[in-house]
Design a protein around this ligand. Structure first.
Ligand code: NAD
Ligand code: MG
Length: 402
């Protein structure tokens, strides 16, 4: 069967890895729709190569340029954020790769879920922002969620088939599972003196030792907010309690996560730190296809090591793990504050260490507000998201600049 794929975030890092897998299997996958924010040159090259039916650019000026460049092509160019959500849900595709970065991915990812698509989920922020609503929407529409994030994909691969079929609702204890062990490398500053953290530049934060990723997730990896968001993502995907979910530092990024069973067995998924592996797994699930990634060479790896994450070094991880059990308001607020703080760090407005202090201050401020109790609609989530972003921007004005 040929899958018809809509690729949200086609010009990003996950977008590029997805296209690399598609190129190897033109008979299995047809790229029917692509979306991007504003990179005309890159989306044009993708359209010329894959000739999708629809290409969406969020930015109006970029959309006009793309329309002109594709005047003689069969690809229809659409414009705006609403068109991204429409294309995620329309009949041009049966499968949607959700690879927009940040909260901007919430509405399109949700649209794909509500339309009952097979949703390959890279956009972890959407699940962090909407948790139970997301899981319930998938159950109602019959959408199949497949985790692209390498850790969640690893955990998924280590689950029994029955639990794989019940994503969001699986009973881990009934499946004989003791714990899920989420691994993380610790990022580029794992061994840096704590006194030097505040002086780290965006370039240093983005130089991840093992993974090549977009800027936002690279900074999130340096603060370990990424692991915190993944902790929240795992809680929803695998229906975990706090006792069933742990984080383990594993600097080599060979093991992508593990599932520990009650009989003492621990299943781990291993591989190169290359997103083409989980992407190929999700695209072809339950079959296996070539991804272009070489198998591991254990003799050259030598040693694997493990450690606990230090909360002095990684306050963002602590904040996220706590927020996970405080409630939806806390994870929505944290995600919003983090996006604003990371953008401010990347534009050199604030120090690396201020990301955590801003996130913490925003969570406290949101908690003091009276409207945090009920977040039972996407509109309520987006309203809290906006409020938390405003708080974060106010706080940024107050903190010391670099
Ligand atoms: P990226 O920055 O490289 O690409 C982001 C994509 O989103 C681009 O195509 C961009 O055009 C699009 N985009 C940005 N803002 C947008 C907006 N307002 N509206 C619509 N589209 C917009 O990001 P990435 O590293 O590919 O990450 C994408 C998602 O996948 C993130 O949620 C990230 O956490 C997740 N993820 C990435 C990796 C990785 O290795 N890069 C691994 C696991 C999970
Ligand atoms: Mg990950």
């Amino acid at each position: 069967m040929t899958h018809k794929l809509c690729l949200l975030g086609a010009t990003g890092s996950i977008g590029a890895s997805t296209l690399a897998v598609l190129r190897q299997h033109p008979e299995r996958f047809e790229l029917t729709a692509v979306t991007a924010h504003s990179n005309v040159e890159q989306l044009l090259a993708i359209c010329q190569e894959f000739v999708p039916q629809i290409a969406v650019m969020v930015d109006e000026h970029a959309a006009r340029r793309l329309t002109a460049a594709l005047a003689n092509s069969s690809t229809t160019v659409l414009c705006g954020a609403e068109a991204v959500a429409e294309v995620a849900a329309d009949a041009s595709s049966d499968t949607v790769m959700a690879a927009i970065v940040g909260g901007a991915g919430l509405l399109p990812t949700f649209a794909a879920v509500n339309a009952g698509k097979r949703v390959l989920l890279a956009n972890k922020e959407a699940l962090v922002m909407s948790g139970q609503l997301f899981i319930d929407a998938a159950a109602t529409s019959g959408a199949q969620i497949l985790p692209v994030d390498s850790e969640h994909n690893a955990i998924f691969q280590c689950l029994p088939a029955a639990a794989q079929d019940q994503l969001g609702h699986c009973d881990l204890a009934a499946a004989g599972i003791h714990k899920i062990l989420l691994t993380g490398s610790g990022g580029p500053f794992r061994e840096l003196a704590l006194t030097e953290l505040a002086q780290q530049t965006p370039a240093a934060a983005c130089a991840h030792p093992n993974w090549d990723m977009g800027q936002k997730i690279s900074v999130d990896s340096a603060t370990m907010m990424n692991k915190g968001l993944e902790y929240i993502e795992a809680r929803w995907l695998f229906n975990c309690t706090a006792q069933q979910l742990d984080v383990v530092l594993h600097p080599q990024s060979v093991i992508h996560s593990m599932v520990s069973y009650v009989d003492g067995s621990v299943l781990a998924q291993m591989g190169q730190p290359d997103m083409r592996t989980p992407i190929a797994h999700c695209l072809s699930y339950p079959e296996r296809v070539l991804s272009g990634v070489e198998p591991l060479d254990f003799l050259s790896i030598g040693n694997l090591s493990f450690a606990a994450a230090d909360s002095t070094r990684y306050p963002c991880l602590d904040l996220a793990m706590k927020a996970c059990w405080q409630g939806q308001w806390a994870t929505t607020a944290l995600n919003a504050a983090n996006e604003v703080a990371v953008a401010a760090f990347l534009s050199e407005q604030i120090k690396f260490t201020s990301i955590a202090t801003i996130c913490s201050a925003v969570i406290e401020r949101v908690q003091q507000a009276s409207n945090v109790a009920k977040l039972n609609s996407i509109e309520a989530i987006l309203s809290l998201d906006e409020q938390a972003r405003a708080y974060a921007r106010e706080r940024i004005k107050q903190v010391e600049t670099c």
